[in-house]
Design a protein around this ligand. Structure first.
Ligand SMILES: Cc1cc2nc3c(=O)[nH]c(=O)nc-3n(C[C@H](O)[C@H](O)[C@H](O)COP(=O)(O)OP(=O)(O)OC[C@H]3O[C@@H](n4cnc5c(N)ncnc54)[C@H](O)[C@@H]3O)c2cc1C
Length: 317
């Protein structure tokens, strides 16, 4: 019997989607290991967040009242102390920018093996963790030869937990060694592209190299406006400087999980698909019937985007 400790994430006063995905992933692992699921929320607004996180499958929520913003040193100290207190079989963290910042430090302090970017796991006997490698071309299974492990999970791979839970909410008093806190957050600045976060969008209209010229992007923008959708893109569009980096979907861009993803003039290279295959419904518009995007699309239109996109825009306006 081993418990699981999952570390939730928030940014600028809001819980990130991955926090709810961590509940699903953590519950799955806790069931396999035959233990309880403990969540930790480290924040200034602990009680508000704890209420939101109290979803089906959570046994205990540990609230740690330690600052509004993410801080590497504070997170590392808090998680290390919580771990020492609970002695879980696994500590599960998000494979996000923040998670990848503190997870190696946590694993190092606790002398735990760390498996990053998990997309699945099973613990029938030994713990086996599934990962993707070589730009999502190969799936590998890592067998963990240890009783205790640290893991990070890829955002968008597990569904968000739903349903109200009846978890115990307990406050955890971490004892922070201030002399070991070497960094402080002095401000927060969004990089390029203003406040658009494509990972939060319900509908994404995504444009690829099939658009041919920068000025043609306006055509796709009009469709996005008509749908109340957010504009995203494949990498060549960003590499050409036609859209900012924060619009890029894919392995070296963002992982998105919208309800609807409309891929326009996008071939469906593995590095792109790695970022959008978690969308509920995928619609592809492409002149090439053999484009790989059609292998994962729910609906496909084999036609010229310069005819299809204006026609769709007119319909939705
Ligand atoms: C390490 C690494 C990381 C990478 N990371 C990413 C990433 O994060 N995101 C990403 O997207 N890519 C990434 N790539 C690049 C990736 O391999 C592809 O090159 C890229 O996804 C292709 O973009 P695309 O589909 O827009 O362009 P293309 O592959 O050129 O496809 C254009 C498509 O448009 C179609 N088309 C052309 N004209 C029309 C028309 N008039 N109407 C309709 N359809 C038309 C074509 O049939 C074609 O399928 C990465 C590559 C590497 C090596």
């Amino acid at each position: 019997m081993s418990d699981v400790l999952a570390i939730t994430e928030h940014r600028r006063g809001e819980l990130r989607d991955v926090s709810y995905e961590l509940i699903t992933a953590g519950r799955q692992l806790a069931d396999d290991l035959g233990g309880d699921l403990h969540l930790a929320v480290i924040s200034g607004d602990v009680s508000g967040f704890a209420d939101h996180l109290n979803r089906e499958g959570v046994d205990t929520i540990h609230t740690v009242d330690e600052g509004e913003e993410f801080n590497h040193d504070v997170y590392t100290q808090v998680i290390t102390q919580l771990y020492d207190d609970l002695q879980p079989g696994a500590v599960v963290m998000p494979n996000s920018v923040n998670g990848l910042d503190y997870a190696p430090a946590v694993a190092n302090h606790l002398s735990l093996p760390l498996v990053t970017d998990a997309i699945d796991f099973a613990a029938d006997g030994a713990l086996e963790v599934t990962r993707e490698q070589y730009g999502s071309k190969v799936e590998t299974t890592v067998e963990v030869d240890a009783d205790h492990v640290a893991l990070t999970i890829r955002p968008g791979e597990w569904p968000a937990a739903e349903g109200t839970g009846d978890a115990d909410i307990v406050s955890f008093d971490a004892s922070i060694d201030e002399s070991a806190v070497k960094s402080t957050v002095t401000g927060f600045e969004e990089v390029g592209g203003g406040d658009v976060d494509i990972t939060e969008a319900d509908i994404l209209v995504s444009v690829g190299r099939g658009i041919k010229e920068e000025e043609n992007i306006e055509l796709v923008e009009k469709l996005a406006d008509a749908l109340g959708a957010t504009l995203s893109s494949s990498r060549p569009i960003v590499d050409n400087g036609w859209l900012p980096k924060n619009r890029q979907v894919g392995q070296s861009g963002k992982v998105v999980t919208p309800d609807v993803y409309i891929a326009i003039g996008i071939s469906g290279a593995v590095q792109h698909v790695a970022g959008m295959k978690g969308a509920d419904t995928i619609i592809a518009i492409n002149t090439d019937p053999n484009a790989p995007i059609f292998d994962i699309a729910d609906y496909g239109i084999v036609d010229d985007l310069f005819d299809v996109v204006p026609a769709l825009t007119e319909q939705f306006q």
